[in-house]
Design a protein around this ligand. Structure first.
Ligand code: ADP
Length: 671
């Protein structure tokens, strides 16, 4: 959802809520005003009913006075009746007429005087309600009002019956007829009529209704007030007129809604703006959070690399130290075994010697690998075509791979430029990768192709070794380059292969990485820079077979007794005379005093180094300077390589085989 849509939704929601609140409060206000109106109407209803009651009371009183006059006067003549009736009617102007009826219901007198007396008041035959009221009042001996009835002449009204009773005896009855509408018109107040609709019911029948009509949506229900009078139930119904209701309920509503809409719009707009601001802010916070996470990840990565590098460096130191300590005794074991093998022994002894030599050789190889892993050496790089490394390695592995029915597909870029490589180290890397792929495929019985690709990527050379074997699960992919990490059974893997490869590739300024998408085997990628600086060809390094030499007087300098003894035996066997020294001071003294033809010295000893021996030779026997063969149990570091290059002398790595040593002695003797 876009931020604009969100802001619009928030704005609409808030505006809607504001309008809802306004509607709710408007409704409450309206209800309050209605209740107020009804309270007012109730008061008016009471007022109207009191007035009507008062009016009827007054009329009744006038009739009672007339009845009393009848009772007090022995005889009421026509004239007296007319005078009294006229006075009575004056008090009740809505009264049409008054009649005096005797006990046999004959009309004896009537006012205004009329020929047809019956018809003046009501026709007992046709005006049943009036007749009945008359009979009931005479029976009860008390005044009564008739229910609404049509009076003679057609108008609606009622009759008031007042029995004339003397000493509990009925003398006759006074009957007054009143026109309802006029009667009540005279009682209502104009200001009430202006504001309220009024209806008067007598015994449920409408007897009077104010002359207004119309209704509206705003109308409120009528309020009624009942009272009992003259044996009849009266009810006054009052209802505020529409214009009153309208004035009360609708007043200010337009302004109210206009303000409500305005406020709703304002709050809606505010909510939209706030939402936009909040979205912007949250996006900014999110991006800052992401940036922080990225920085943190990078820092973690850097820390991890640092720790790894530290670990590796410590491990390298340890491995180099251990390898050095092993190399010296191993040199004695290997050397003596080779010396013994030169003699004739019985076949079983010979076989055992061969086993010792082979195992010693294996140990020497492991130690050398460890030292390479620890990168305590200077590699011998020359401009080399990587494709030639691939081809020569495949030649070594071809038979093996074919025997295991593994096909190798070569996709080698013929235009690959030569770069500075240590041929043998690169071969070792490739062999390791091929061996791993082969072992993984055979063990999992999965896959049968290894694809070898070389190509140029940008300004670098890339070599890919891809197999279609089982692949490497993601959870261990990160760890396969770690030293000693292996998934192979004990005795089958050391876990050093890939870390060794990694070390060699890094030493070449390159990078080793691994890819293994699920179900697609494993691909190891070597990425190398193209380096073509000139390198000096080290002619002296090239081995050649040892020629026979004349007997010499050789000084052997080594602190390791086994190595010293082995060299003494080897040289004596070759017919040379041997002198020995076990540390540098002894050696320096012997060089100064002696007449040696050749010196074999260890590079690292107590009390000094091979350099000190070389310095002593330069000083006292400079002609021997090129006739020194250096030996070392460590793989030469860069500093040592520089020193050797400077002297141009031989270096033999311990443990060495006899041929190597003899060749080195022969080459030195030629100098
Ligand atoms: P090792 O071969 O002695 O186990 P490595 O360092 O050469 O040591 O290899 C480490 C681990 O990497 C192996 O044990 C294996 O689990 C995994 N691995 C290496 N190459 C492959 C491959 N081509 N396919 C599958 N797994 C491999």
């Amino acid at each position: 959802m876009s931020q604009w849509l969100k802001a619009a939704l928030a704005g609409t929601l808030v505006a809607g809520v504001c309008l809802g609140a306004a509607a709710w409060s408007g409704a409450r206000e309206l209800t309050g005003r209605r209740e107020e109106l009804q309270r007012d109407a109730r008061v008016v209803a009471r007022l109207v009913s009191t007035r009507i009651q008062g009016g009827l009371e007054k009329h009744m009183t006038a009739m009672r006075q007339m009845a009393n006059f009848y009772v007090s006067s022995r005889k009421v003549g026509e004239k007296q009746f007319l005078t009294y009736a006229a006075n009575t009617l004056k008090m009740s102007p809505a009264c049409l007429n008054i009649a005096y009826v005797d006990r046999s219901l004959r009309i004896l007198r009537s006012y205004p005087p009329d020929a047809d007396r019956w018809s003046m008041v009501f026709d007992a035959r046709t005006h049943q309600p009036g007749y009945e009221t008359l009979v009931r009042a005479n029976r009860a001996l008390r005044p009564m009002l008739s229910p609404p009835m049509r009076l003679f002449g057609g108008t609606w009204g009622f009759v008031l019956v007042e029995p004339v009773v003397a000493n509990g005896r009925l003398l006759g009855t006074l009957v007054g007829a009143c026109r309802g509408q006029e009667y009540f018109d005279s009682m209502v107040l104009p200001e009430v009529t202006e504001r309220y609709e009024q209806v008067l019911l007598d015994s449920g029948t409408g007897i009077f209704a104010s002359d207004v009509g119309g209704s509206s949506d705003l109308s409120v229900p009528a309020v009624s007030e009942s009272f009992d009078f003259g044996g009849a139930d009266w009810e006054v119904r009052i209802k505020p007129q529409d214009h009153v209701v309208h004035a009360r309920l609708a007043a200010g509503r337009t302004l109210f809604w206009a303000m409500a809409c305005l406020f709703s719009l304002a709050f809606g707009a505010l909510a939209s703006a706030a939402t936009l601001w909040a979205i912007g802010m949250s996006a900014r916070l999110q991006s800052q959070g992401a940036a922080l996470v990225e920085v943190r990840t990078r820092l973690d990565g850097a820390k991890e690399q640092l720790l790894h590098a530290e670990r590796m460096s410590a491990l390298g130191e340890l491995v180099a130290g251990v390898a050095h300590e092993i190399n010296n005794p191993l040199a004695g074991i290997v050397g003596y075994t080779q010396l013994l093998m030169k003699r004739r022994f019985s076949a079983p002894v010979q076989k055992k010697l061969e086993t010792i030599a082979a195992e010693g050789g294996r140990m020497a190889k492991i130690v050398r690998n460890l030292l390479t892993f620890a990168r305590k050496h200077a590699s011998e790089k020359s401009l080399t075509d990587l494709n030639s490394v691939v081809r020569s390695t495949l030649e070594i592995k071809a038979y093996h791979l074919r025997a295991n029915q593994i096909k190798v597909v070569e996709e080698l870029d013929p235009g690959l430029p030569a770069t500075l490589l240590d041929f043998h180290q690169m071969q070792q890397v490739l062999l390791n990768l091929l061996n791993n792929a082969e072992q993984a495929m055979l063990e999992a019985r999965h896959g049968h192709t290894i694809r070898l690709t070389t190509r140029i990527v940008g300004d670098r050379i890339q070599m890919r070794v891809a197999d279609d074997g089982p692949g490497i699960p993601p959870e261990i992919r990160e760890r396969v380059l770690e030293p000693f990490f292996t998934t192979k059974k004990e005795g089958h893997g050391t876990g050093l292969g890939l870390s060794l490869c990694n070390g060699i590739v890094q030493e070449h300024g390159g990078r080793l990485s691994v890819e293994s998408p699920p179900g697609e085997g494993a691909t190891f990628i070597i990425d190398l820079p193209i380096r073509q600086e000139a390198v000096e060809a080290d002619e002296a390094a090239k081995p050649f077979p040892a020629p026979a030499i004349d007997p010499l007087k050789v000084l052997v300098i080594d602190d390791e007794t086994s190595m010293q003894d082995f060299l003494v035996d080897l040289l004596e066997l070759g017919g040379h005379a041997v002198d020995t020294a076990s540390d540098v001071p002894e050696a320096v003294a012997k060089i100064a005093a002696g007449d040696h033809d050749l010196i074999i010295t260890d590079l690292k000893m107590p009390g000094g180094t091979g350099r000190d021996v070389y310095a002593a030779v330069l000083e006292s026997r400079p002609h021997l300077a090129r006739r020194i063969v250096f030996t070392t149990g460590q793989i030469a570091g860069d500093e040592m390589v520089d020193f050797l290059k400077m002297t141009g002398n031989e270096l033999v790595l311990k443990p060495c085989n006899i041929d190597e040593m003899e060749s080195a002695i022969a080459r030195a003797a030629r100098n």
